[in-house]
Design a protein around this ligand. Sequence first.
Ligand SMILES: *[C@@H]1O[C@H](CO)[C@@H](O)[C@H](O)[C@H]1NC(C)=O
Ligand SMILES: *[C@@H]1O[C@H](CO)[C@@H](O)[C@H](O)[C@H]1NC(C)=O
Ligand SMILES: *[C@@H]1O[C@H](CO)[C@@H](O)[C@H](O)[C@H]1NC(C)=O
Ligand SMILES: *[C@@H]1O[C@H](CO)[C@@H](O)[C@H](O)[C@H]1NC(C)=O
Ligand SMILES: *[C@@H]1O[C@H](CO)[C@@H](O)[C@H](O)[C@H]1NC(C)=O
Length: 367
Amino acid sequence: MPRFTLSTFVALAIASSKVYAQDSSSTSSSLIPLASKHFDYNNLPYQADPDNGVRGTQFGYNRCNSTTENQSSLCQTAIINSIDDFCLWGPPTGPTTIADTEQEEVAWCTKPGHGTRLIPAGALKGVQFMTTPDYVQVVGFIDQTFIDLEASDYGGELDPHGADFRGNPLGGLVYSTAWSNGSGNYEQVIEWHNFMGGSVFCFKICDPAGPNAANYCQHIYDRIGCAYNAPNNAQNGTFETCQGANQDFPGIYTDSAGNIQTYTQPPESLGAISSIPYTPKVPASSNCVTYTSSLLYASLPTSSVVPSSTGKISSSIHTSSTKTGSTGPSNTGTSSNANGSSGSPTTIALSSLTSLVGVALAVFILS
Ligand SMILES: *[C@@H]1O[C@H](CO)[C@@H](O)[C@H](O)[C@H]1NC(C)=O
Ligand SMILES: *[C@@H]1O[C@H](CO)[C@@H](O)[C@H](O)[C@H]1NC(C)=O
Ligand SMILES: *[C@@H]1O[C@H](CO)[C@@H](O)[C@H](O)[C@H]1NC(C)=O
Ligand SMILES: *[C@@H]1O[C@H](CO)[C@@H](O)[C@H](O)[C@H]1NC(C)=O
Ligand SMILES: *[C@@H]1O[C@H](CO)[C@@H](O)[C@H](O)[C@H]1NC(C)=O
């Protein structure tokens, strides 16, 4: 378990993100919302968003192939298929922050063949690939300096919405074989969200045929990170696939009196979020299978950037037993769990500065 220093907690507590999926760009009514644009994977346009809107033009392209496949690729078509075949959104050049590049992010993937960049070997420190009735999510730990993010960036949310409906990144598309019934056919994922930053990530894709895709892949809780948007029990150093139950919709919770409540995320103008009135339930999961990362990610290049750590992952192959939310690490920010406070730029704000300092001191004393 990593030891977070007091200064880390203070720094985290005072950090405030400028990242919003719902950014303040004005709406251009002539534009068709990105989430309403549907394309056949085998016949993708060069750009899903060829318009020149308030935020300019799409940075990269969606038609990605062997010609575009290198570490300068500007492919903005992301794939989420399996633990060894998924992509994350990251900056085209860096080191930088999600806040500064959210509309330009490009796909960084674990496997060749998608016309994208590859996440350099050693970047992924732990990954949990969870299949549920209504969505699939991949959550993990990453040395984000390998994908052009500043080590200190607490990042933010990427999703196909935004105040101008053009998405972050602009024109970013997501495809998956998750619901192709084994045929291997790619389907466009209409609703998805991806939180990047704080050395963790979570990328959830919602079944396009599911009645609640927009709810499970809700995009309005962009300040409260993976713990609240994709509650999970992923472990640093572990690479596993699991089956799980659906989570509660992000922002929906049952209070102590048993009433169902909806959390309202305060606007950034009110400052850091000092408390959140609930702790999300981590859905039960089962049939977890663990993998050796070097076998999962055998085709990845070494990094051209200097990694901030060189720790090697090793894990054994075994089948684990049923997991429940109660067995994982807590949300105190003291654990390495991706549902913890390191999961987003502002998840850390889920506790007051005072209690974070208290936690840090407690950890110090107990360690
Ligand atoms: C490969 O992708 C590039 C960039 O989108 C595009 O210009 C080119 O036409 C594509 N090549 C083929 C054979 O589709
Ligand atoms: C990557 O591919 C593009 C398109 O073919 C090419 O223009 C560029 O020079 C390549 N970059 C690298 C670093 O190979
Ligand atoms: C997979 O099967 C389900 C149930 O038969 C069907 O509703 C769905 O359209 C199929 N998906 C694809 C991509 O063929
Ligand atoms: C984090 O996970 C633990 C167990 O896995 C759970 O008890 C806790 O409520 C979770 N916290 C959040 C914020 O999801
Ligand atoms: C995950 O573990 C690696 C060591 O393998 C460590 O360098 C990194 O800081 C850990 N990440 C988090 C978020 O705790």
